[in-house]
Design a protein. Structure first.
Length: 622
């Protein structure tokens, strides 16, 4: 039978036979191998019998490490002759039982009482007996309970990594209950200001309101400054605190305070006290509180790091997310998305065709943001918005003195877009002369500033856009055929909003993102029934108007423009417009008054009868 031999230089070796599947080793009197060694932990190690008949030793988190043959281990398969070091003790593992006159102890004593341990030996003439009195036994049991409590606390707080407030509540509750304290709080150091902020307060006496808890700042600051735990059995007689004004004023007697440490930095403190009696807390109590705070500090620090990582991930996701997204769930928009995805990584020139407000520039920005040029400039140019005499200077720049008021050299849009993308919006409005110059720039990849003689080379990708059918303009001679074919490498047609009804509500909800509003079913029906001649831009303006003007949490029909409520019909007269304004205002006031007509009438400054007449006239229903 395998054995452990305890080597004792001053007396005979002691032999322990390994009769159990798991053999515990430590300074706890109930351990299978009981070692009277102050450097050995109460629960130090255990030896497990393996299925193949071998044995393996495991360190169970001892204060001092477990070694085998001089090497620190967490677990190790034992072989004959291995020397196990635990504190100052040495155990030798023997795989086979050896004859010996050494003292032998049985590891299993099922008849052992709680009060007395009897140690029997084969070679002894008599049985030696030693006793543990009730107070010592209670102390051992108390230590065991607190150790198990710390173990459970460690498991519990790990479950609340995302909820530091719940974690702190658990910690303070355990501290108050275990140490039988009257009052306590947890305070954290503000990472920005360095001030101490009270996060959680408890007063079990009910003498004071928690927010008015009177404590000694001197005790707390001592812990904060030194990062060490502080215990005073009687603050009124303690030389450190007896002259402190707050101690006298608040009659504080017993107090214990421990720091919440994370990476050697004081994150805060846990404070407990009793005012009724002195000597309430012992050194063991302070050790327990310090151990509890040690775990809590690590947990709170990890919770802070976890929160920081989550925030950084959100910021990173936003940074990596394309800034310009085109939204839509309709089949036509899915076709647009597929084209964007294919064409974006290439250098192909794209012509975007669509009515005003369909999002042509948004599509151009999306193509750029998904392209290899995403880190280079995106330069938009609205060809329709610039006077014809200025567009050449805008596109190609000019030299100083090239014309009146040209007081300095100026770079044009093509030059600014070098390495990136230039977006020529409404290119169909460009004059034929300018079309020729743009064509030359696209083909030669160079140009000259106005008044200059030097060719400037550029590397730009061109995305053009138009709300016209350029093919027809080519036929009529209003647009150069060669430029048309140079631009029309990939044609991307954007559908009208009325052709993608499925996208109206998702787009509307997107325009409300971040604003605590919803759209009523009735308002949704009006949005879907309208033709949207202004396309997505008009929808965006409509929703923003409803968010601002609507009084409630839900956008109602009366919050929408009157022409949308009328299905696009033109209002025939100012009188009808005024009536609609009154209709909308009455509904808003009724909603504000929770449809209490008397209250609504007071707000409107009319009688209840007048309000009823108008409600009937306008056929207003809740």
């Amino acid at each position: 039978m395998p054995q452990l031999i305890l080597k004792r230089p001053d007396s005979k070796d002691k032999i322990f036979k390994l009769t159990r599947a798991t053999t515990t080793i430590g300074r706890r009197h109930t351990s299978d191998v009981f070692l009277m060694d102050e450097s050995v932990s109460r629960d130090h190690a255990k030896i497990i019998k393996l299925k193949d008949g071998g044995y393996e030793i495991h360190d169970v988190g001892a204060r001092h490490p477990t070694t085998v043959n001089g090497n620190i281990i967490s677990s190790h398969r034992l072989i004959d002759g291995d020397r196990i070091g635990l504190g100052d003790s040495i155990l030798v593992f023997k795989s086979e039982e050896i004859p010996s006159t050494a003292h032998v102890e049985f590891l299993a004593k099922e008849d052992m009482s709680q009060e007395t341990l009897e140690v029997a030996s084969f070679d002894a003439k008599k049985t030696s007996v030693f006793s543990i009195d009730d107070s010592e036994l209670q102390a051992l049991q108390k230590d065991h309970q607190r150790l198990m409590l710390l173990y459970e606390v460690g498991k519990a707080i790990s479950l609340h990594l995302e909820d530091p407030n719940h974690m702190m509540d658990e910690i303070l509750s355990i501290a108050l209950r275990t140490l039988d304290a009257e009052r306590g709080f947890i305070a954290l150091v503000d990472e920005n200001t360095g001030d101490l902020t009270c996060e959680l307060v408890r007063d079990t006496t009910g003498d004071q309101e928690p927010e008015k808890l009177e404590v000694s700042r001197t005790i707390i600051h001592k812990v904060l400054k030194g990062g060490v735990s502080v215990l005073t059995a009687n603050a009124l007689k303690d030389s450190q605190f007896r002259d402190v004004k707050s101690v006298k004023e608040f009659s504080i007697r017993s107090a214990a305070c421990a720091p919440l440490l994370f990476r050697d930095e004081v994150m805060g403190v846990v404070y407990l006290d009793n005012r009724a009696s002195a000597g309430s807390f012992t050194e063991d109590d302070l050790m327990f509180l310090a151990a509890l705070c040690h775990q809590a500090g690590i947990a709170l620090g990890n919770a802070w790091l976890h929160r920081q990582v989550v925030q950084e991930n959100i910021m990173l996701a936003k940074a990596l997310k394309p800034k310009f997204q085109v939204l839509g769930e309709s089949e036509k928009m899915k076709t647009v998305f597929a084209t964007i995805k294919k064409v974006a990584p290439t250098e192909l020139t794209v012509l975007v065709q669509g009515e005003t407000g369909t999002g042509k520039e948004l599509v151009a920005r999306a193509i750029h943001s998904l392209s290899p040029r995403r880190d280079k400039p995106f330069i938009p140019v609205n060809c329709a918005a610039m006077p014809k005499e200025l567009i050449e200077s805008e596109l190609f720049g000019h030299e100083k003195g090239a014309f009146t008021h040209a007081v300095s050299t100026r770079q044009g849009k093509f030059e600014l877009a070098d390495g990136g993308t230039i977006f020529l919006d409404e290119i169909g409005d460009m004059s034929l002369d300018m079309q020729a110059k743009v064509l030359r720039t696209l083909e030669e990849r160079e140009f000259q500033r106005i008044g200059g003689s030097k060719n400037i080379e550029v590397d730009v990708r061109v995305i053009a856009a138009t709300n016209r059918d350029l093919g027809k303009y080519v036929e009529s001679g209003e647009f150069r055929e060669d430029l048309f074919y140079r631009l029309n490498v990939v044609l991307l047609k954007l559908p009208k909003l009325k052709e993608r009804k499925k996208d109206i509500i998702p787009l509307a909800k997107n325009f409300m993102a971040g604003r605590a509003k919803k759209i009523s079913t009735a308002a949704e029906k009006l949005l879907l029934a309208y033709d949207w001649p202004g396309n997505v831009r008009e929808l965006k303006n409509c929703i923003e108007r409803g968010v601002v003007l609507g009084d409630g949490e839900v956008i109602q029909p009366e919050d929408l423009p009157i022409h949308i409520r009328k299905g696009g019909k033109i209002i025939p007269s100012p009188l009808e417009s005024l009536e609609h304004m009154e209709h909308d205002h009455i509904i808003r006031v009724l909603r504000y008054a929770n449809w209490n007509k008397s209250d609504a009438a007071k707000i409107l400054g009319v009688t209840r009868q007048t309000l009823d007449n108008k409600i009937n006239r306008y056929k207003i229903k809740k």
